[in-house]
Ligand binder design. Structure first.
Ligand SMILES: Nc1ncnc2c1ncn2[C@@H]1O[C@H](COP(=O)(O)OP(=O)(O)OP(=O)(O)O)[C@@H](O)[C@H]1O
Ligand SMILES: [Mg+2]
Length: 455
């Protein structure tokens, strides 16, 4: 939380700074003139500006007028020596968040700061949501949300390849959006109105492969009670999506290759060839080249499937997508659960940005959905991200000090009580005063500060 305090009286400035620091807010700057304040607010990135109204030369109202239009997400809290209600009302009309009357009551100030900060997160979150909307592609890729230049150029390439109708191989770790992209390529391809048949290769028992893919006629084998249309026929005039292609049984690979080349095959129990027009998109999270080297996958088949190759990078390598994706999933989840959650607090977003996501986009989607379910405020806070994500495990198994374990435990209980100081102190068996002192100490450590967030 970055705060600028603007006041013409040095005494006020220094006492305010001390007060904020004492509350654990370290990033506090001070400024003793309206003119200088305008310059700094315009060029800086303050979360909150505490602004004195009565100042010589340029007063608080003028500062607000000159800067708020440029910094819509910076919240202004007016602090004024005399209770001049008309001025305060004017300031609020100009976009100030609230006003406080000097001498400022500490608790009141902290509560107002908390609320302003929450609102700031909320507004910033809405802005991200707007960007997410704008970032959608105007075409068959409309469901793919991205902001990263790397993904955008990949999508332009995919769009060109889609038009050609040739087989496309999509590689990438689990949850990177391979199936989503495959559906996009289908829609951008020559027959967007045709069927899209998705088949997960690893889910088909090896003995049923032939009949599942190529179909059979009644009586072709024991148990073939009626004619059956295989995947190739089902996908005729559209796309057959072969997910986890690396699992394709070796002895079936030559047959698949032949069908791809001849575009015709016969149902089991029949000799009459059936011609199909099917586009093949395959996907894998395994290394197909390696499988080829090891003799598990036919090289000629791989080249056939790979007339275009698109690799989706893991989310941790395109972190600029995290805010838009998070906003996208937030919107989906709030609609699903009819909850009024508008954005992420900067601390929560910070935690999301730092994560490595072994499960990639799917994992992020799940985290956001759970956070929406847990949310009890208008913005997602670190505590809604789940203990495992927002805070370290209860007792660290590493050889850490007692102090660290103590602090971890304080955080754990505080999370549990949603920041209730009295209840937390009671559970911990210490006084509220001792707890406050501990929290101030913990907030000096950037790691705890981040994890504590608005708690
Ligand atoms: N760029 C994106 N924009 C919006 N949603 C996305 C994006 N990427 C992935 N998703 C969503 O994340 C989830 C996982 O994506 P998808 O199923 O396409 O991944 P995958 O690569 O096929 O994973 P797996 O290898 O596990 O099958 C889906 O719900 C998908 O809609
Ligand atoms: Mg998939």
């Amino acid at each position: 939380m970055k705060i600028l305090v603007v006041d013409d009286e040095d005494v006020t400035l220094s006492s305010m700074k001390r007060l904020l620091r004492w509350q654990g807010i370290k990033d506090v700057e001070i400024c003793d003139s309206g003119k200088e304040a305008i310059r700094r607010i315009k060029s800086g990135d303050y979360d909150i500006v505490l602004l004195d109204l009565l100042m010589p030369e340029v007063d608080g109202i003028q500062v607000l007028e000159a800067t708020k239009p440029f910094k819509p997400y910076t919240e202004f809290i007016i602090i004024t020596a005399v209770d001049v209600l008309s001025q305060a009302v004017k300031a609020i009309r100009l976009g100030a968040y609230d006003y406080l009357v000097k001498p400022v009551d500490n608790d009141h100030l902290m509560r107002t700061l908390d609320r302003a900060f929450e609102r700031r997160g909320l507004l910033a979150g809405m802005n991200v949501a707007r960007q997410a909307r704008d970032a959608r592609q105007p075409d068959g890729f409309s469901e793919i949300v991205t902001e990263s230049p790397q993904m955008r150029s990949l999508l332009s390439y995919a769009q060109i390849m889609a038009k050609g109708g040739n087989p496309v191989l999509i590689t990438g770790e689990s949850g990177t959006g391979k199936e989503l992209l495959a559906r996009g390529i289908h829609r951008e391809g020559p027959s967007p109105g045709g069927p899209f048949v998705a088949v997960n290769i690893s889910s088909i028992p090896e003995t049923l492969f032939e009949s599942q893919f190529f179909g059979h006629v009644k009586g072709a084998f024991t148990g073939a009670l009626r004619d059956y249309e295989g995947f190739f026929e089902q996908a005729d005039g559209g796309t057959l999506f072969l997910d986890e292609i690396g699992e394709f049984p070796h002895q079936m690979q030559s047959k698949l290759l032949r069908v791809l080349e001849e575009k015709s095959f016969a149902r089991l129990g029949e000799t009459k060839p059936i011609r199909v027009d099917v586009r093949i998109i395959s996907a894998t999270n395994k290394d197909l080249d390696k499988a080829c080297q090891e003799g598990k996958f036919r090289l000629d088949l791989m080249y056939r499937l790979k007339s275009a190759h698109i690799h989706l990078s893991p989310l941790r390598e395109r972190k600029d997508d995290i805010p838009v994706l998070a906003a996208h999933f937030l919107k989906l989840s709030t609609e699903k659960y009819r909850k009024d959650v508008h954005g992420f607090s900067p601390e929560a977003m910070d935690i999301l940005l730092r994560r490595d996501y072994p499960g990639n986009v799917r994992e992020l989607a799940q985290i956001v959905e759970n956070a929406v379910l847990l949310a009890d405020s208008a913005t997602i806070m670190p505590r809604h991200l789940g203990e495992e994500i927002a805070s370290p495990p209860l007792f660290t198994r590493s050889l850490c000090s007692l102090k660290e374990n103590y602090e971890t435990h304080v955080l754990y209980v505080l999370n549990h009580t949603h920041g209730d100081r009295k209840q937390t102190a009671q559970i911990l068996g210490i006084t509220v005063r001792q707890l406050q002192r501990k929290l101030v100490e913990m907030r000096r450590n950037p790691r705890w500060r981040l994890l504590l967030g608005d708690l």
